[in-house]
Ligand binder design. Structure first.
Ligand code: NAD
Length: 469
């Protein structure tokens, strides 16, 4: 049994001001895997006060001091990487190969990237008579979700640290373990007291206390659209900056010259990674109408190849995070059937042979873009395939969404593929694959307003001062 009953405040592990706990459930077994303390506004006050006290010194620390700290964290992180991955698997159900691989690896990647960016980042530049100085914004409240728990924590904590900010992290209640280990890593690496603080608990309590706090200068939030809107409203009275990284319903456009079976298989398998709980997942697959049947056959066969089960076994997909998430996904699958979408693979209920755990069948529908399952973020292993007539139609369908987080284009002719990518109203487009820790990540439209990753992630946490004359 794991225990997350203390908070990390002012360089120490402390008991909550008001004792209150909740069980943490292992989504693979539905058994209790540990206990979390649910913090209160008093714990947030203590954490914010510690961050405020630490701000003056840390904001004036040298780049060398910050690099030394990030490298010290890197050494401890590398040593505890397996433990971090195991924690991710236990808290949110990702297969161990994913937990210890890409999930924990993303954290290591963001840490290395923060170091690389900090080594050459220009905090000052002279432009004519003006010295433009980039200064840390202050005390930051960092609020994160459970789906790629280490990714979302590290993509905030390390740039905030590198730019001289101090912070209070509020990890997801459903997935508290990896953040707890990260706090231990920060402590062992010698992070000065008060620079990094962590309070666990409910979003409606801890998150709201941070968003409304007079002494918090900025909130960086990753999570759902409704909560992002609520935080923006809560933060308005104290005029703090709010960085939002919200949901998506990203289109994957397969162009006519692309190898159809191969690309559909890649898109289908990609949708099932992390049981479909990825904000930038290509959850709408757009294929030329004349090749729809070919695409459906390829998707069906790709789904058959997705093994689902115990995340400690050699499987492609574990359970989804919680009973509530399982029920939401089941509702969407039923909605798809009710509104007449064609079920290509999967469907309602658990995969055969699995009677416990929040397991979902890898599911594919064919439908039109006006279907609810094509418009709303399902956040589960459910792909919709939509036929298009020509490139203009494909672009129109892709952009016909309130979201604008990611996009994918597959095609042999690179110029055509890039031209389509330029027309997508989204914060990122991956053309024929690719991955880059330095590529800015964030959304257009209802997918948010922030840009994380790489150098752009630093700008989130900086104020700009002009010294003229
Ligand atoms: P969520 O919005 O329910 O919760 C996210 C965090 O906000 C949690 O820590 C939660 O406790 C906290 N919270 C809840 N209510 C709050 C409130 N009133 N005030 C302040 N904080 C509050 O989201 P989730 O279910 O944990 O995550 C899934 C969502 O996150 C999906 O919509 C997904 O697309 C999105 N997401 C976006 C990105 C991105 O980079 N754009 C990345 C990952 C996930």
């Amino acid at each position: 049994m794991r225990s997350c009953t203390q908070f990390y405040i002012d360089g120490q592990w402390v008991d909550p001001a008001i004792p209150a706990t909740a069980d943490v459930i292992n989504p693979a077994t539905e058994a209790v895997s540990g206990t979390i303390s649910l913090g209160s506004a008093q714990d947030v006050d203590a954490a914010v006060a510690a961050a405020r006290r630490a701000f003056d010194a840390w904001s004036h620390s040298s780049v060398k001091d910050r690099l030394d700290l990030l490298r010290a964290i890197q050494a401890v992180y590398a040593r505890r990487m397996q433990e971090l991955g195991e924690a991710v698997t236990e808290e949110m159900g990702a297969p161990l190969s994913l937990g210890c691989g890409f999930q924990a690896g993303l954290g290591a990647g963001h840490l290395q990237t923060a170091i690389e960016v900090l080594e050459t980042f220009r905090f000052e530049e002279q432009k004519g008579p003006t010295l433009i100085v980039r200064e840390p914004i202050g005390v930051c409240g960092l609020i994160t979700p459970w789906n790629w728990p280490l990714n979302q924590v590290t993509v905030k904590v390390f740039p905030a640290l590198a730019t001289g900010c101090t912070m209070v992290l509020k990890p997801p209640q459903l997935a508290p373990y990896s953040a707890q280990i990260l706090a231990e890593i920060m402590h062992e690496a010698g992070t000065p007291a008060g620079v990094f603080n962590m309070v666990q608990g409910q979003g409606s309590v801890i998150g709201t206390a941070l968003s409304t706090h007079r002494d918090v200068d900025m909130i960086s939030f990753t999570g759902s659209e409704p909560v992002g809107i609520q935080i923006t409203k809560d933060a308005a009275d104290t005029v703090k900056r709010v960085g939002l990284e919200l949901g998506g319903k990203s289109a994957w456009v397969i162009l006519d010259d692309a190898a159809m079976a191969e690309n559909v298989a890649a898109a289908t398998a990609g949708m099932m990674v992390n049981a479909g709980q990825t904000c930038s997942a290509g959850s709408r697959l757009l294929v030329p109408r004349a090749r729809l049947n070919e695409a459906l056959a390829a998707a069906r066969s790709a789904c058959e190849g997705v093994t689902v089960g115990d995340p400690h076994a050699d499987v492609a997909m574990g359970p989804v995070v919680s009973k509530a998430q399982w029920a939401i996904i089941q509702d969407y699958i039923q909605k798809g059937l009710d509104e007449g979408a064609t079920l290509v693979a999967g469907g309602p209920g658990r995969p055969e042979g699995l009677t416990r755990g929040f397991y979902v069948k890898p599911t594919v529908f064919a439908c039109t873009n006006d279907a609810v399952i094509a418009r709303e973020e399902i956040f589960g292993p459910v792909l919709v395939i939509i036929a298009y007539d020509d490139i203009d139609d494909a672009v129109a369908i892709a952009n016909d969404s309130v979201f604008g987080l990611g996009g994918y284009v597959s095609g042999q002719d690179r110029d055509t593929a890039i031209a389509v990518a330029r027309r997508l109203r989204t914060g990122a487009v991956w053309v024929n694959g690719g991955f880059d820790f330095h590529a800015p990540f964030g959304g257009y439209k209802h997918s948010g307003n922030g840009r994380e990753w790489g150098e752009h992630g630093f700008h989130e946490y900086l104020e700009i001062k002009s010294i003229v004359g």
